[in-house]
Ligand binder design. Structure first.
Ligand SMILES: Cc1cc2nc3c(=O)[nH]c(=O)nc-3n(C[C@H](O)[C@H](O)[C@H](O)COP(=O)(O)O)c2cc1C
Length: 362
């Protein structure tokens, strides 16, 4: 029986505990998408996590539409990230980069470019831009040439991640972004060999994972999914069958670990989850499974103890509790988070949440 405080290998990573910091967009990188010292301080505060998964990070200008989110496509960004990864590692932590192409969820007001997706279908709702909320625009359906170029952007960003000192990468395959726009049949209406059958819908993800694995070694690669929930216009008619096929593919590719955002209750946006797919994936996939969404300690302990998950990732509580691992170990009190500062920029609500020691000293 494993516990949250047991060590764990995730490919080339050796985690001292099984409490992972989930990827959290915090929008502190400015218009140049440039990581900075404030971000280094924030991540360094959270280095006691078994592993930090970085906030979603753009692989290209075309793929990044979130105001203030960071990128990994140019040298200045690599330099900026170096100070972040160095600060985490000096504090004894490990950090992987979440590689992000937002597909149709990129508004041209942010990227300056026409968005691209699996199909020419406009996403529902509104994009956040520097000028406030704007309706999404219709993307172009990616051509074969676009797909090759984007796959190349993923491998370049993975190489940049290693140059920037990251311990590995996680491909963002969740939450309705580009990989998800290819995977799930609620957004992919292609009739070529990238759409239609499950085999064809898996092709883009497979190309990305193969390219990234060839670039940096598959032992440093992971992927995240949100299989059982409607998100940003993306869902699937038969998630259990699709994600069982995904699991078989990951097994063939030897991807060492995955993270599943698998809510068991309605999400903040009101989406009602369908049945979890992790049990179906477990049958076909021998890699490690990190489970996410709304976990408290007793639940997290139970999933790790009964072996249905190898580790648990925590999002919002890591925002408001930099020393979350210690608080779990001690059964300590938790700081409340302030959602109004999630994306507000600046140190307020970012690097100023107190640790247990800060609270005692005050
Ligand atoms: C402020 C905020 C930013 C987020 N940014 C990302 C992100 O960049 N990438 C991602 O895959 N998920 C992102 N998520 C989802 C979280 O990783 C996580 O799945 C979600 O918060 C549920 O976990 P929790 O209940 O432990 O908070 C974000 C969530 C929040 C609240």
């Amino acid at each position: 029986m494993s516990g949250l405080f047991d060590s764990l290998s995730l490919g080339s990573l050796e985690l001292p505990n099984r409490i992972v910091m989930a990827p959290l967009t915090r929008a502190r990188a400015g218009r140049e998408a440039l990581p900075n010292e404030l971000m280094a301080a924030y991540y360094a505060q959270r280095a006691s996590a078994g592993l930090i998964i970085s906030e979603a990070t753009g692989i290209s200008r075309e793929g990044l539409g979130w105001p203030g989110a960071p990128g990994l496509w140019n040298e200045a960004q690599v330099e900026g990230w170096r100070s972040v990864t160095g600060a985490v590692q000096r504090n004894g932590g490990r950090i992987v980069a979440q590689l992000w192409h937002m597909g149709r969820l990129v508004h041209p007001a942010v990227s300056g470019m026409e968005p691209v997706s699996s199909s020419a279908v406009t996403a529902p709702d509104y994009a956040h831009t520097y000028e406030g909320k704007r309706p999404y625009v219709e993307p172009r359906a990616a051509t074969a040439h676009d797909i090759d170029r984007i796959v190349g952007d993923y491998s370049k960003a993975a190489r940049n991640a290693i140059l920037a000192g990251f311990d590995g990468v996680q491909v963002h395959g969740a939450n309705g972004y580009l990989v998800d726009q290819f995977l799930r049949d609620g957004a992919n209406f292609r009739t070529d060999n990238f759409g239609g059958s499950i085999e064809s819908r898996l092709r883009f993800m497979t190309m990305v994972l193969e390219a990234v694995g060839a670039e940096i070694g598959m032992d440093k690669v992971a992927i995240r999914y949100s299989p059982n929930v409607y998100v940003q216009g993306v869902e699937d008619g038969d998630p259990a069958t699709l994600f069982a096929a995904v699991a078989k593919r990951l097994e063939e590719l030897k991807v060492p670990w995955i993270e599943l955002r698998e809510p068991r209750q309605a999400t903040a946006s009101g989406a009602i989850p369908t049945a979890p797919v992790s049990p179906a994936m477990r049958r076909f996939y021998s890699g490690k499974i990190v489970i996410n969404s709304d976990y408290d300690w007793s639940d997290a302990r139970r999933r790790v103890a009964d072996g249905t998950a190898d580790a648990v990732s925590i999002g919002r509580l890591f925002i408001s509790n930099p020393d979350l691992v210690r608080r779990i170990a001690l059964g300590g009190p938790l700081n409340e988070g302030d959602a109004s500062t999630f994306y507000s920029g600046g140190a307020n609500g970012y690097t100023d949440y107190p640790t247990l020691d800060d609270a005692r000293a005050a």
